[in-house]
Design a protein around this ligand. Structure first.
Ligand SMILES: *Cc1c(COP(=O)(O)O)cnc(C)c1O
Length: 373
């Protein structure tokens, strides 16, 4: 076998559905010394990380930390710890990630009850209300920012309905966290998960999660063992909490550094300033795309600022344009997923990728390529 050459990937402009561009300070943090995962210095870093995550989720929840795996593991952590075989779970589905939740619910041995909305539309609270009249679920789960369609889901009303029937409210904030407001405590969210590679702009590989006291109680009253050893919070908690930490797995040290620095950058910028930046750059891109003849999939009211889903205009070749953007301009945008494959582009303006420069470069590149055809 000949020796593979040293890695030297081209720096791209990451304007897809994640990962987004990573700040040099986050990369620098990853290059600092790897220390032991029970070193007092590392435990301090874990504690600071938890405190910054509480600020970002806007929660006082004690059980707030980051799972050592990607966003999907954050999703799975929430479901496997809260559901037991035979429980009912109501899942709202209007895109890929609601479908993924449904799959996990069935793998937990729980009974799946679905409320569906067409791709590109939010879930209608009335439908959730009707569904809740006919079942008694342990939890109601929904995606705040559907990355497959570009829909921002209003949460408060559905959260209240869940609580009215005594169910927990579980929310996916993978794409929303760090790019638009997420208010865990004010909105009555009991279990939440996210990921760093969208609007937090750290590399993928961790999954911030938080659980309300009510959710913690449900976990503590389980009658059966959590089917996943790795994600069982009754053990993982002892590693992330308390005066004496107990080894469960080895935290991915450099990933924790990355998330720590990315959260520091968010706090430095300020949440409101950051959300406003995401709004402003979304509007700039929207105006430019509309001038080029693109149409948005989602109604103005429910559009995500960090994920712009647009119809590919007639006569524009999906694969050719995306390949030319990558090869000639080093710009990555996202293809359509699932029902939207081949019909839709998903243009991300997430975290460090939400800048005027990104918007102007993409618009100029698109103009050149589409003009060339
Ligand atoms: C990206 C994403 C996930 C999955 O996260 P991974 O880090 O890819 O495992 C889950 N939900 C939503 C809404 C996402 O956008």
């Amino acid at each position: 076998m000949s020796l593979a050459s040293e890695l030297n990937p081209t720096a791209r402009l990451l304007m897809g559905p994640g990962p987004s561009d990573v700040h040099y300070r986050v990369l620098k943090a990853m290059a600092t010394p790897v220390i032991g995962h029970l070193d007092p210095q590392f435990i301090l870093i874990m504690d600071e990380l938890k405190e910054m995550l509480r600020y970002l989720f806007r929660t006082k929840n004690e059980l707030t930390f980051a799972v050592s795996a990607t966003g999907s593991a954050g999703m799975e952590t929430c479901f496997v710890n809260l559901l037991e075989p035979g429980d009912d779970a109501l899942i709202c589905v209007n895109g890929v990630f609601g479908n993924r939740m449904s799959d996990i619910v069935e793998r937990c041995g729980a009974k799946l009850i679905r409320v569906d909305a067409p791709w590109g539309s939010p879930i209608d609270p009335e439908q959730v209300k009707h569904a809740l009249e006919k079942c008694n679920p342990k939890l109601v789960a929904i995606v705040h920012a559907e990355t497959s369609t570009g829909v921002l889901q209003p949460l408060e009303e559905i959260g209240k309905m869940a609580h009215d029937v005594g169910a927990l409210f579980l929310v996916d904030t993978v794409t929303s966290l760090g790019g638009t407001d997420v208010r865990m405590d004010d909105w009555g969210i009991d279990a939440i998960y996210s990921a760093p590679q969208k609007c937090i702009s750290a590399p993928p590989g961790m999954a911030p999660v938080s659980f309300s006291p009510q959710a913690v109680k449900v976990m503590e009253q389980r009658k059966t063992k959590v089917q996943s050893w790795y994600l069982d919070l009754s053990m993982v908690r002892k590693y992330w909490e308390g005066a004496k930490r107990v080894y469960h797995h080895t935290a991915p040290i450099s990933m924790v550094y990355a998330l720590h620095e990315a959260l520091r950058l968010i706090l430095e910028e300020g949440l409101e300033v950051r959300f406003e930046r995401h709004r402003r750059n979304h509007e700039l891109l929207r105006d430019g795309l509309e001038k080029l003849g693109f149409e948005f999939i989602v109604d103005t009211k429910y559009r995500l600022p960090m994920l712009n889903a647009v119809k590919i205009p007639d006569g524009v070749d999906d694969a050719v344009v995306r390949r030319r953007l990558l090869e000639e301009f080093n710009i990555e945008i996202g293809a359509g997923l699932g029902d939207f494959a081949g019909k839709v582009w998903r243009i991300g303006l997430m975290g460090c990728s939400s800048t005027e420069n990104h918007v102007f470069l993409l618009l100029a590149a698109l103009k050149k390529i589409i003009g060339d055809k």
